[in-house]
Design a protein around this ligand. Structure first.
Ligand code: MIC
Ligand code: SF4
Length: 657
């Protein structure tokens, strides 16, 4: 049967036969996993608790890339632990300074047809080279590392047929912003966007990266491009042509949905505060005085991105009222930009060069000033994500960001550059050879040597909290009634301060929701057990499982929402918090903070399609749906993934598997 590319890759990884109809639960063999420093401590503590001597996947990589600001002992201690854990458990370790996980991974490990599960929401980045890459929570990565098949709800595969070609001054960022404008921040839920057509063929890998990476902002399971000549060129530039194989959708295959997008019709776009789908043409955005420009992040800090920004800035200067910073995605990209004179152009223009890390993207440095207007090439502009809730963050392409840095107000490259410069901009492409240097990439140790490596745990690294199995009757007050589009940044922000607390849940949980509702942590703790009620798209954004672990640690046993983002829902389940969906969304407004809710026969109700909940305080009963697979129901009945996984591994051992 003719298959789309997504199904081709999935079918090659099925541990059990499946018809691959949307909604079915698949069981998949994973080839690769990745983690990064601000969530991996929990992943490796879980792997330690599972008790296996070594990761059982083809390739497992631990990146130290997000938080390189060593404010005190906590983050360097985390890094030492992670380095020792990678050595002990047979993973690669990408040392600080090597680059941002997704950029390094696609360059050094990515290959068409592979299945990657990564503990980061932007893992779909690798979809740019025809591999299927799925963002999951940290506990899922620990599970994948055991080599057990991983569950995945079969997504709907949406063909996005690209025609035409980008006009000078327009970029891949405008393509993904247009996708966000069309489908919104939850329009990708349960879908994979598969890009095809002559427009897709014309995009080089670094452009495809921007589109696949930021597809995460639609809530999609993943995004993917075919592995074609451009992918061959990309891998050849890495000296890895041998890892290339052509991988295309079968001619005449049937998609679950179809969309058309004409690249020639696009104009420079911007996502306005405070959601990535609040997209408008730059020329229609009301002018503001810009205080900060940041050029960087996994979405837009590849070679061509920075070279294009530098070309716009060459011979010009950053406006005196603008702070313009740049963080290049990886060491090899930085070296090539240096050779080609682009770094010098940035320096001459007055751009401040930062470490090769995520940094400002997740508020690890460079927060905007009070009420500051910032233009960033990053992927998220949620209120407060930049570290300052009063800031107004606009998301745009590197070309637009650079032009804006020069004028100090929203400006596109075509408004600033002359026709010749604009043509030059359009000809910039990734080089055919990159300066590969893996000296900051430590390979796994041989098993016998690995066993001897001691785990180095600094004083801040606490225990991994484990939830209790569900009680027979859950009688719990509502600790929070949250609105729509609550992000994981609202629940537990990244930032240098909080990222460094991630290995210590008792400490970090005290700040749970502190920006959204400063009294939440105290209240939830006092309530003992409690329930969170929320609106649409609860937990959108990052894969941060701390947004589930911290509430769980404070006693939250269930979330009842209008809808829940995919990765966060998985994290809640893994950490024993029951995700429920209002059967009738009108019931949301009948519940107040402090109301006592009661669920009887909870372990049995967990096997049903919906549960009955009594609001004891207001004297009414309502229903909530459980959109859970059989596996997820079992995880919840066992009190979370760790307990369930240990049982599965034990059973496997007894059955001699
Ligand atoms: C982000 O962009 O928010 C992060 C920091 O990369 C997160 C990961 C995390 O918080 O652990 C993500 O996107 O998943
Ligand atoms: Fe890092 Fe930002 Fe990418 Fe997250 S989105 S991986 S913080 S660069």
């Amino acid at each position: 049967m003719a298959m789309d590319l997504t199904r081709k890759i999935l079918s090659a990884h099925l541990a059990e036969p499946s018809r691959m109809e949307p909604g079915e639960e698949l069981s998949l063999r994973v080839d690769q996993t990745l983690t990064h420093d601000i969530n991996a401590v929990m992943t490796y503590l879980a792997f330690e608790a599972i008790g296996l001597p070594r990761a059982r996947v083809e390739t497992s990589v631990s990146y130290l890339d997000h938080n390189l600001l060593y404010l005190d002992h906590k983050t360097p201690d985390d890094h030492l632990y992670l380095q020792s854990a990678a050595r002990r458990y047979g993973a690669y370790l990408s040392r600080p300074g090597n680059g941002v996980c997704h950029a390094v991974h696609i360059a050094r490990f990515g290959a068409p047809g592979k299945l990657l599960m990564g503990g980061d929401s932007h893992t779909p980045h690798g979809g740019a080279i025809g591999m299927l890459c799925i963002g999951v929570g940290g506990m899922d990565v620990a599970t994948a590392m055991t080599g057990l098949p991983m569950p995945l709800v079969m997504p709907r595969v949406v063909r996005v047929h690209l025609t035409g070609a980008l006009r000078p001054g327009c970029s891949a960022k405008d393509v993904v912003l247009e996708m966000l404008r069309r489908v919104g921040v939850k329009g990708g839920l349960g879908k994979v966007f598969e890009y095809t057509g002559p427009g897709a063929n014309r995009l080089e890998v670094s452009q495809r990266v921007t589109i696949a990476n930021m597809g995460a902002e639609t809530g999609a399971t993943s995004s993917i491009f075919p592995a074609d000549g451009e992918v061959r060129r990309f891998l050849a530039a890495q000296g890895r042509e041998g890892d290339y194989r052509e991988l295309l959708p079968d001619p005449g295959c049937r998609y679950d949905e179809e969309m058309e997008l004409d690249l020639s019709a696009l104009e420079p776009l911007m996502a306005c505060p405070h959601l990535p789908d609040n997209v408008k043409p730059v020329v229609e955005v009301e002018q503001r005085k810009v205080q900060q420009v940041f050029i960087g992040s996994c979405t837009n800090a590849g070679y061509s991105d920075i070279a294009k920004a530098a070309t716009v800035l060459r011979g010009r200067h950053v406006h005196p009222d603008v702070s313009c910073t740049c963080a290049v995605s990886s060491r090899q990209v930085y070296k090539q930009l240096l050779r080609d004179g682009y770094i010098e152009a940035l320096l001459d223009a007055g751009v401040r060069l930062l470490e090769l890390a995520c940094g400002p993207c997740c508020a690890i440095g460079q927060s905007p000033a009070t009420d500051g207007v910032a233009v960033r090439t990053t992927n998220r502009n949620f209120r407060g994500r930049s570290g300052n809730p009063t800031a107004q963050v606009y998301l745009a392409s590197p070309e637009t960001a650079a032009a804006t840095a020069v004028t100090g107000t929203f400006t596109t490259a075509s408004q600033l550059l002359g026709p010749e410069e604009l043509t030059r901009l359009a000809t910039i492409r990734d080089p055919d050879r990159m300066p590969v240097d893996d000296s900051l990439l430590l390979p796994p140790l041989p098993p016998e040597e690995a066993k001897q490596v001691p785990l180095v745990k600094g004083p801040g690294i606490a225990f991994l909290p484990v939830p209790e199995p569900p009680p027979r009757t859950l009688s719990a007050p509502v600790s929070l009634v949250a609105g729509d589009d609550v992000t994981t940044d609202d629940i537990t922000p990244a930032s240098a301060q909080f990222s460094s607390m991630r290995s210590n849940i008792p400490q970090m949980s005290q700040y749970c929701y502190h920006r959204y509702d400063p009294d939440f942590a105290r209240r939830a703790k006092e309530m003992g057990r409690s329930v969170i009620v929320a609106g649409e798209n609860y937990g959108q954004g990052s894969s941060r499982e701390h947004a589930a672990i911290n509430p769980m640690f404070l006693g939250v046993r269930a979330v009842i929402a209008k809808s829940i983002a995919r990765i966060h829902k998985g994290n809640l389940i893994n950490h024993g918090v029951i995700p429920m969906l209002f059967q009738d969304t009108a019931d949301y407004s009948r519940i107040r903070q402090g109301d006592l809710l009661e669920l009887e026969d909870l372990p049995d109700q967990l096997l049903e399609p919906s549960v009955v909940i009594r609001n004891v305080t207001r004297g009414f009963t309502f229903r909530a749906r459980l959109e859970l697979t059989d596996g997820q129901r079992q995880v919840l009945r066992h009190g979370g993934q760790l307990a369930y996984l240990k049982k599965q591994l034990q059973q496997g051992k007894e059955e001699g598997r």
